[in-house]
Structures are given as structure tokens and as C-alpha cells.
Ligand binder design. Structure first.
Ligand code: HEC
Ligand code: HEC
Length: 231
């Protein structure tokens, strides 16, 4: 009896390894209804009281190139990311902290609010459109970026984010995190698999194509405005 137990335990240990799920978010009916119920007015209040404004601004365009622009991304994408930070499927510390006290309804309201802000245009700061954007590369089994990210990079359905107008520093950093598996919340490894096939030069070129023109280094003038909003 003892032997059998040990054997079956061994079999368990050496059995196929099942990966942890990348994300606990499923877009089932209930979740879709919750996302649709997002209230932009409460979202706007929360963007101040929960300090999102500090890093992402009220209009969703960050002052700092390392912070992502979230303006005009779909509510379904924003919702998934915030839930992923909440259960640490995505683990960057300042974001995990920022969402830790939010309820599902708060997350839905914030998602609705930032989704209504104006998405920035892509700078298209490359001489030609990088081939990967519309064609991908069959040899490396990399699909065209825009087949998922929207015909014009404006974002696709559900979990496929807009790439246009993203902060350049963040775009490159998050691609490197997918390559190195420091960011693992992409369902079915869709971005990790692709990022691993790309060279540093390709990522730089794609970033130049999609991201917003770098903001001028003007000192930010929001300071006095900030003080009015103290809770
Ligand atoms: C201290 C600065 C800071 C605060 C406060 C903050 N964020 Fe963030 N946010 C970041 C950074 C930095 C990232 C990128 C982190 C990473 O690499 O995972 C990020 C990522 C995100 C993302 C994912 C963006 C993407 O393109 O995938 C969303 C959505 C987001 N934040 C929304 C919010 C909301 C809503 C709040 C308020 C509840 C908030 N953030 C508060 C700095 C901040
Ligand atoms: C098969 C579909 C698919 C293809 C093809 C694809 N992506 Fe993605 N991409 C995704 C998904 C899904 C996510 C969001 C993952 C998550 O849930 O966090 C993503 C996320 C990203 C992000 C992070 C955005 C953010 O705001 O954090 C970048 C940057 C990105 N993709 C760039 C690219 C580029 C460049 C290409 C082409 C070389 C590409 N993607 C091709 C599906 C795809």
C-alpha cells in the first residue's frame, strides 16, 4: 500500500506541467454586463480620489514616458488590466497598490471613464510602415500586429489594446517584459510568443511607428491645479 502511494505521488510530481493561468478574467456574460455598467461620472471622481490622475492624468495621457497612456483604450482592456493587477497576474508594484482597495464596480467605472478620453494619434515616425504591422512574418509565425490590434492600431475587441499614441518608453519596456516573461498576463502567450521573435531594432521601429510623438520637455503646469483637487 505504502509503495503504491509513493508511486502515485511520483507520477503526480512528474506528470505534465500545467501552467498557471495568465489571467483570471474571462469575458463571460456577467463580466461583460459589469463592464457595460461602468459609470463615467463615478469613474471621473475615482480617477482623482484613487490617485490615478497623479500618473496617468485626468485625460489618460501620462506626463512621464515610462507611464502608459490609457486614454481611449477599450473598457474591456482596461478592466482586464486592473483586475490582473488586483490579483497580481500582472505585478508592477505601484499599480498593484493603486488598485488594491478598488471594488469590481470601481474598476468598471474607471475603465468606462478612461475609455471615453481621446486616444492619441500614432506618430508614424518611420520612413515606411514596418512590414510586421500589416503582414507579419510567416517564417517566424508572427501574425500581423494589426490583425489583433485593429486595422489602424486603434485596438481590437476585448483584451487587444490600442497601440496608437502609447508612450514610447512604456511600449519598449513592456515588449521587453513580454520577451523576458516578466509580464505574463497575456492569455495564450499571444504577446510573449511574438515578442520573443522580435529583435531590439524591430521593437524600436514598431515603437516609432505606433507611439505618440514625444511630448516636449515643458515643466508641467498642472501643479496649482492639483491643489484644488485635494480630497
Ligand atoms: C504611481 C503611479 C501610478 C498610479 C498612482 C497609477 N498608475 Fe496605472 N500605471 C502606472 C505604471 C508605471 C504602469 C505600467 C506598469 C507595468 O509596467 O505593469 C501603469 C499601468 C496601468 C494600466 C495598464 C496600461 C496598459 O497599457 O496596459 C492601467 C489600465 C492603469 N495603469 C490604470 C490606472 C488607474 C485606473 C489608476 C488609479 C486607480 C492608476 N493606474 C494609478 C503608474 C500608475
Ligand atoms: C494574436 C494577436 C496579437 C498579435 C498578432 C499581436 N498582439 Fe500585441 N497584444 C495582444 C494582446 C491580447 C495583448 C494584451 C495582453 C494582455 O492581456 O495584457 C497585447 C499587448 C501588446 C502590447 C502592450 C500594450 C499595452 O498597452 O500594455 C504591445 C506593445 C503590443 N501588444 C505590441 C504588438 C506588436 C508590435 C505586434 C506585432 C509585431 C503585436 N502586438 C501583435 C495580441 C496580439
Amino acid at each position: 500500500m505504502k509503495k503504491i502511494l509513493t508511486l502515485s505521488m511520483l507520477i503526480c510530481l512528474s506528470g505534465p506541467a500545467f501552467a498557471e493561468p495568465s489571467s483570471l478574467v474571462a469575458y463571460d456574460r456577467e463580466t461583460r454586463a459589469l463592464i457595460r455598467s461602468g459609470n463615467t461620472e463615478s469613474g471621473q471622481k475615482l480617477a482623482k480620489s484613487a490617485k490615478c490622475k497623479k500618473c496617468h492624468s485626468m485625460n489618460g495621457i501620462a506626463d512621464d514616458q515610462d507611464d502608459p497612456n490609457i486614454a481611449g483604450m477599450s473598457a474591456t482592456y482596461i478592466f482586464k488590466q486592473l483586475k490582473d493587477y488586483k490579483d497580481e497576474s500582472r505585478s508592477e508594484k505601484s499599480m498593484v497598490k493603486a488598485v488594491s482597495k478598488l471594488s469590481d464596480q470601481d474598476i468598471s467605472d474607471l475603465s468606462a471613464y478612461y475609455a471615453t478620453q481621446q486616444l492619441s494619434d500614432a506618430a508614424h515616425a518611420t520612413e515606411t510602415v514596418p512590414v510586421l504591422v500589416h503582414y507579419g512574418d510567416r517564417k517566424r509565425m508572427v501574425r500581423a500586429c494589426n490583425s489583433c490590434h485593429g486595422q489602424n492600431g486603434e485596438g481590437g475587441m476585448y483584451d487587444m489594446p490600442a497601440l496608437n499614441g502609447q508612450s514610447k518608453g512604456y511600449f519598449i519596456a513592456t515588449m521587453e517584459e513580454f520577451q523576458e516573461e516578466d509580464r505574463t498576463n497575456d492569455i495564450y502567450w499571444r504577446m510573449r510568443d511574438i515578442a520573443k521573435e522580435l529583435t531590439e531594432e524591430e521593437i524600436e521601429e514598431l515603437a516609432n511607428y505606433y507611439t505618440a510623438a514625444a511630448p516636449d520637455d515643458e515643466e508641467d503646469e498642472d501643479e496649482d491645479e492639483d491643489t484644488e483637487d485635494k480630497e
